[in-house]
Ligand binder design. Sequence first.
Ligand SMILES: Cc1cc2nc3c(=O)[nH]c(=O)nc-3n(C[C@H](O)[C@H](O)[C@H](O)COP(=O)(O)OP(=O)(O)OC[C@H]3O[C@@H](n4cnc5c(N)ncnc54)[C@H](O)[C@@H]3O)c2cc1C
Length: 497
Amino acid sequence: MLRMPEPDQHTLARRKDIIAAMRDIIPSQGGVIVDDDQLRPYECDGLMAYRQLPMIVVLPENTAQVAAILKYCHTNKIRVVPRGAGTGLSGGALPMADAITISMMKFNRVLDIDWDNRAAVVQPGVTNLGITRAVEHKGFYYAPDPSSQIACSIGGNIAENSGGVHCLKYGLTTNNVLGVEMVTIEGEILRVGGKGLDQAGYDLLGIITGSEGLLGIVTEVTVRILRKPETARALLLGFNSSEEGGNCVAAIIAAGIIPGGLEMMDAPAIKATEEFVQAGYPLDVEALLLVELDGPQVEVDYLIDRVGKIAKDCGAVYSRISENEEERLLFWSGRKNAFPAIGRISPDYMCMDGTIPRGRLSEVLTGMQDLSKKHGLGVANVFHAGDGNLHPLIMFDANKAGDLEKAEAFGADILKLCVAVGGVLSGEHGIGVEKRDLMGEMFTTDDMKHQERIKMAFDEDQLLNPGKVFPTLHGCGELKTLHAKAVADKFPDIPRF
Ligand SMILES: Cc1cc2nc3c(=O)[nH]c(=O)nc-3n(C[C@H](O)[C@H](O)[C@H](O)COP(=O)(O)OP(=O)(O)OC[C@H]3O[C@@H](n4cnc5c(N)ncnc54)[C@H](O)[C@@H]3O)c2cc1C
């Protein structure tokens, strides 16, 4: 059961004054949302198992308004929850009853495209795909491509350090962001990085990327844009076991080939996806690899041939190569629609996001089947195999008593297994509230103290997105927090929050 910080009664008692102050800052129609029925769409993000109506929602239109809101919140000790498009899967934008949710979706303009420096300057509410749409007429694109790219915002991508199927070769968000403008909780406007490839001083951009809305609100983003590869072709490779599929992934990388994308699906995911989008996936295999090779035509043709041979040596029983662009996109449409495909066959699903060393793939997939039996819930696997980033989709029915708790316990066991084999809790979806209480599995108390010191340097009063990422107790000791795991061991009876 998810516990969040208790709402601050003093803040709730001042709600009317806070609304008036927000209306002074954002005078335009619809900029401050206060009615329950209009607040409802903001009650959760993509992790729909947890919901909470925000105290109010504001939709600022420019950086000066964001600065004024944060300055007011800092002076009056009011909590804030930054929000992009609300597609996050770890509950990072989950509202709080006593907090202002700041939606950045009115920041939706492309500000500048610098073709010479191959950079685009955009506002944080621009969708991921919107960046590619703005530059594709000249043969460019923005590489990181989350499956949610049609909806998710670049601000959310930065906060989560999002990935996608092409990140194996082209890097995650952190490798493609060149600079940001960010407003601190005091209302100061910082500019970090720029169009150049290097920056002076500490790598603050590296800290801001992946900070899950805990350090400030990003109000402008500069990203790298790339030339579209001359050619791209995709291969579908089927295997009789996940082990063979996993071995093939390792063999491709070991051969020095870095595909544009290297994805894997298990039998339940293949079946659900094929029924949904008819991408032409084989239904009689246990594991399916989707490998994309991109670059100059001659190189792609050569690599397709090499990967085909490697797959054969690894026991592939099915092989199909895309013959044209339409077919390549069809192959991908299956993978990109895998989450909604599972949504069709299960009332609810929870998407996990552990990352493991590639060599432990088959061991972890087998372990997951054992855990599926233990918890009595089904699981389908769709994942960025090249990165070792797993996305087990746990199927459950939230309307069935006890099912959500079972799904939570199953998910926690999967992530513990990932950490036990040398992996990490999150590959690209972030910690949020979903994995917050598992931080102690991966980090020692000292590790977490160092991370918290960075948080405190930006936001000493912990007003920005509280209750996310760090497990904390109510009573504030050193660094104003106590670590759940360390303290829980000593004082098991102390309730958290
Ligand atoms: C069907 C589906 C498929 C998905 N596939 C992928 C995938 O392939 N790869 C992947 O990485 N993710 C994926 N996701 C997860 C999600 O889309 C990403 O995490 C995305 O980056 C979230 O962006 P958002 O705009 O929706 O952010 P939100 O969900 O609104 O917020 C996410 C976090 O960012 C913070 N935030 C938002 N905007 C700002 C800002 N301007 N300044 C500071 N903090 C901010 C919020 O506080 C929160 O902590 C998927 C989600 C869905 C529903």
